[in-house]
Design a protein. Structure first.
Length: 117
């Protein structure tokens, strides 16, 4: 079965050319974002933006499509580009302390925790 995560990635119009270049280089990444059990919201929080949401996904480093998206976010985060407001990424794993939150582009994307009993 494997370790599963809940993942959201929002991409702003201003970094869409680089995002599409990432898609062009990797068929696996295109499949992940546009075909494989992904909820997609076009024009999310503004024209030209896209939000992707995956539920119960195996989000592992070393998978081509995951690494390509991580490289895209690294590109946005590079000091010379100052584009970390061009995306927002949130991943919550099965373990209570397994959380990754990157980017600053969409302040309405946030994490919440709850106690279940």
């Amino acid at each position: 079965m494997g370790y599963r995560s809940e993942v959201v990635l929002a991409v702003a119009e201003k970094v869409m050319p680089q995002f599409l270049a990432t898609m062009a280089k990797s068929p696996e990444t295109r499949r992940l974002c546009f075909q494989d059990h992904c909820d997609m919201v076009k024009d999310y929080a503004g024209k030209g933006n896209i939000l992707f949401r995956w539920s119960s996904i195996k989000w592992y480093e070393g998978y081509e499509e995951i690494d390509a998206l991580s490289n895209f976010m690294d590109w946005c985060d590079a000091d010379t580009k100052d584009l970390d407001d061009g995306y927002q990424f949130a991943r919550v794993g099965e373990d209570h302390d397994d959380i990754i939150y990157r980017g600053h582009g969409f302040p309405d994307i946030c994490l919440s925790t709850a106690v279940c009993y």
